[in-house]
Design a protein around this ligand. Structure first.
Ligand SMILES: [Zn+2]
Length: 312
């Protein structure tokens, strides 16, 4: 499905829910309006949901154990790419996500959606990530024409600034976090750990900054690190098998940084610069959908191609 087809489907659902006559026709016209092929759009009021997990570096780099870093990264991907979009779909009854990438989800929701929705999204992310920061914002009513038309950039700038305000209002540092997932399955693995007595007051051996609430395989850890550990174990070999598949190699994983000796050490850190600068040049929502999909696909190709050609 290309960007416009995806958007048209979302618009169809918004028109349908607003009680418009001929929602399919309206959605078609709305796409034409966005592309400058129609002079006006059958206008309805909608709301925008925007948000994601932020300051993620401090979440996944709390220690230097590869499995925990991988676990943290797995948890963020799980929450952003699966759990949050699934909750949105379950609540609204249609796929409302216009684009979703790099911790930045954008959805169009019906006018009668209230603040409870984003509170639920934040609670879900909080429960699963425990110690990472997530914020979601739902706008006031906005005429659809402002999102599809020339006011797109101004509208987005306003929404972005409101989201920043919400992030600032959320101060999060739980010194002794618990897990809400004990006994439940995270990915495909049950979260199993023994409770430690509350009076113990020892620091978590993983992050060394929060109080350990659980004992798992003899290690005293906090609720946040527990989820990373479980996810890290589950995703242990996923990247390696993906690498082997893409590059026709047959490498085996290292468990910790100390397992990698001086003959084959490889620490690779990749980042993107000036994404904000590029996003500034995007003039309509369809371009934004394409850009988000393009970045996702290219990042993955770049990483595996570089590894294959340059290093191994
Ligand atoms: Zn910890």
């Amino acid at each position: 499905m290309n960007a416009n087809e995806k958007l048209e489907k979302i618009l169809y659902n918004l028109y349908l829910k607003s009680g418009a006559d001929a929602p399919a026709e309206c959605a078609k016209t709305a796409i034409e309006y966005m592309e400058g092929r129609a002079v006006s759009v059958p206008d309805i009021q909608v709301k925008v949901v925007k948000g994601g997990t932020y300051k993620i570096k401090s979440y996944y780099l709390e220690n230097n154990e590869l499995m925990d870093i991988r676990g943290a990264s797995t948890m963020i991907t799980l929450v952003q790419d699966k759990s949050v979009p699934e909750l949105l779909k379950a609540k609204l009854g249609y796929d409302s996500v216009v684009y979703n990438g790099g911790g930045n989800l954008f959805a169009l929701v019906p006018a009668d959606t209230d603040e409870a929705l984003v509170n639920e999204l934040e609670e879900l992310a909080q429960d699963m990530l425990v110690t990472a920061n997530s914020a979601y914002y739902i706008s006031e009513l906005i005429p659809l024409s402002r999102i599809l038309g020339r006011e797109y950039r101004d509208t987005m700038a306003y929404i972005e600034s409101e989201l920043e305000q919400r992030k600032k209002a959320k101060v999060l540092f739980d010194t002794s976090p618990e897990s809400e997932w004990i006994g439940r399955k995270l990915l495909d693995k049950p979260v199993d750990a023994d409770n430690l007595p509350e009076e113990l007051n020892e620091y978590c051996v993983k992050c060394r900054k929060r109080i350990a609430r659980y004992s798992r395989k003899g290690k005293k850890i906090c609720g946040g690190c527990l989820h990373k550990v479980v996810a890290g174990e589950e995703e242990h070999s996923q990247y390696v098998s993906e690498f082997n598949k893409r590059t026709s190699n047959n490498v085996t994983p290292s468990l910790t940084v100390s397992y990698i000796d001086k003959d084959d050490v490889a620490v690779i850190y990749a980042d993107c610069n000036n994404m904000g600068g590029i996003i500034q040049t995007i003039t309509n929502i369809s371009e934004m959908i394409d850009f988000s999909a393009f970045v996702k696909q290219q990042m993955s190709i770049l990483v595996y191609d570089s590894l294959s050609e340059g290093i191994i």
